[in-house]
Ligand binder design. Structure first.
Ligand code: N01
Length: 551
């Protein structure tokens, strides 16, 4: 491996998705810092670079699922659909990279292999698989929450003779599935988007489902020029409304408990939400759907009724009806023709809950009872090592040789999801403990980058060398996360929100459960209160050499 010259910079930004691109722009262009971007992929896009499986698209409306930081950018860009498909989102992120000339600071195809804090130098030493060694005063990790796939657990996987594709790393040239016997494992958001498209292309599609999910209709359609014009005429107000709404989308606010109205009222309300599509049924209907089991049962049963209406074989419909978790307590997938897909002659649903997959064989799959399925192509849609996966794979070693993986062994700890005690000057954008999974990601990311850069500017203005949260503030934040989550139904579900999708991963609350406005108010309060909970200069180096650029 060719050793590149050692580099120095003010900030290393890791990732070129929504987080990294905005962070790099802000740090370089608005704060005048010397920034090196590192990205494992060959180009920008982050999750939208990798997840290019058939059917991949956003499920927050594109006018909201986009950057708000530059007025002209949001006025100039037009989305062709209400919910854009992956190619258009990737084109948008390419446009952003071009428009702000972001690529010139990135090293693409470069993965961070280790990161060690050097107390004496007051620098992170960042090593990459390209042989780069970079000394940086700050690191901003924009590494994503659902970016590292769950390790497949299937014996014999490598023995499969045919092509195997994963939704999270779909090939750039679309595979020809014509006439092929395709099997897919996984019915989360990725599987639910991919299955209808794969069914249209494959000779036969076998869906191996362990747990059914509640999914609601997406109701995608071409963008309405009048709606777009109205949004653009008023974009800053639209964004402000989004930031003040649960989920970061300006849905109407629910006003009543589901239990204080009549069954007819509920039916009308849920019908309206179902017709609107997206998260409307969850957010706009009633105030207590995510906190009261009985209230939740009403929307869960409504959804099961809709599934039964759409699937012709009653036995198949029952298999598709979730009964192990409350509606919306696992990340709600959105669907387009998903349930009708199971009415097709070329689609088979196999329940692998009572009869788990025992092994992948050269010719297909074998279940525990010995049943074999012959397959030409295998697709994995088995999910992600969410929240922590990207950070725990980067070999991060903080002050006094502490490994992040050890500090997080019982579950991630952080302050505001932004920083972890013992890891000075490392900012984790929408890291574990931040408001993110329940907050429209581009806005959550902008808020968090803005928080990180506010802290950073304060340091520069005041000559501080290091920052990290104090242990007490971090413990109090963990307590707040727990209290908030345990006041809801979320912790009961075996979801990636809780780390419960990965065997052996600690089952803990990984995110801030609450409205983005509350989280932002807390962060603003911390800043106004002289950065309450942060320690400056705790790990102050004896001497901090001035930053220079690469080389
Ligand atoms: O992953 P998942 P995903 N045997 O973890 C199954 C975002 N996203 O990639 O539930 C058999 O939800 C597993 O079964 P079970 C979004 O935030 C957004 O679909 O563990 N099955 C489950 O069915 C989303 O929530 C969009 O029993 C196994 C599936 O694999 C997040 O990414 C689109 C198994 C994994 O579902 C993750 O979604 C796509 C095994 N051993 C994704 N192991 C948008 O629309 C796992 N499974 C924006």
């Amino acid at each position: 491996m060719a050793q590149r010259p050692k580099a120095r910079c003010d900030v290393v930004v890791i990732g070129a998705g929504y987080s990294g691109l905005y962070a790099l722009h802000k740090l370089r262009d608005r704060m005048g810092l010397d920034v090196i971007g590192l990205e494992a992929a060959a180009d920008v896009g982050g999750t939208w670079y990798w997840n290019r499986y058939p059917g991949a698209r956003c499920d927050i409306e594109s006018i909201h699922y986009s950057y708000s930081f530059d007025e002209q950018l949001q006025l100039d860009w037009s989305w062709s659909e209400r919910y854009s498909a992956q190619p258009e989102i990737l084109a948008y992120l390419n446009h952003v990279a071009d428009r702000f000339d972001l690529r010139r600071n990135y090293r693409f195809g470069t993965r961070v292999t280790s990161m060690e804090w050097d107390d004496d130098a007051g620098r992170w030493r960042v090593d990459t698989d390209d042989g780069d060694e970079i000394a940086a005063r700050f690191v901003v990790a924009g590494t994503g929450n659902v970016s590292i796939p769950k390790e497949p657990e299937f014996a014999g996987l490598e023995s499969f003779a045919g092509p195997m594709y994963a939704t999270h790393a779909w090939p750039h040239s679309e595979p020809d599935l014509t006439g092929q016997r395709v099997g897919i494992i996984g019915t989360g958001a990725s599987g639910i988007q991919a299955i209808p498209k794969l069914a249209e292309r494959a000779g036969h599609l076998t869906v191996f489902q362990r747990t059914p999910n509640f999914a609601t209709p997406l109701r995608n359609r071409p963008s309405d020029p009048e709606e777009v014009a109205a949004t653009k005429a008023n974009y800053s107000a639209v964004r402000a409304a989004a930031r003040n709404s649960f989920l970061g989308v300006p849905y109407a606010r629910a006003e009543h408990s589901a239990l204080e109205v009549t069954p007819e009222h509920r039916r009308q309300t849920y019908d309206r939400g179902w017709r609107t599509g997206g998260f409307a049924i969850l957010v706009e209907s009633y105030t207590d759907l995510l906190v009261d089991e009985q209230a939740n049962d009403t929307v869960a049963e409504y959804t099961r009724e809709r599934i039964r209406e759409r699937v012709t074989d009653p036995a198949v419909a029952e298999l598709l009806c979730p009964d192990d978790h409350a509606f919306g307590t696992k990340r709600l997938p959105m669907e387009t023709g998903y349930y009708e897909t199971f009415n097709r002659d070329n689609v088979t649903l196999v329940d692998v809950k009572p009869n788990p997959i025992e092994a992948v064989t050269p010719t297909g799959l074998r279940l525990t009872d010995g049943t074999e399925y012959e397959l030409d192509v295998l697709v994995l849609a088995t999910g992600f090592d969410a929240f922590t996966g990207a950070l725990t794979r980067m070999g991060i070693v903080g002050r006094d040789g502490q490994k992040l993986n050890d500090v997080w062994a019982a579950g991630p700890v952080s302050y505001l999801g932004l920083m972890t005690n013992g890891f000075p000057n490392l900012f984790t954008i929408t890291g574990p403990g931040a408001a993110v999974a329940l907050y429209n990601n581009p806005l959550a990311i902008e808020d968090h980058v803005d928080l990180a850069t506010t802290v950073l500017q304060h340091m520069l203005d005041n000559g501080h060398e290091t920052i990290e949260p104090d242990a007490q503030a971090q413990a109090a934040w963990r307590e707040e996360l727990n209290q908030r989550a345990h006041a809801t139904l979320f912790p009961r579900a075996n979801s990636w929100y809780m780390g419960a999708n990965i065997p052996g991963k600690p089952r803990v609350v990984m995110m801030y459960v609450g409205a983005a406005a509350e989280y932002r108010a807390t962060c603003a309060d911390v800043v106004d209160d002289d950065y309450r909970g942060f320690d400056f200069n705790r790990a102050a180096p004896s001497r901090t050499p001035p930053c220079s650029s690469r080389g």
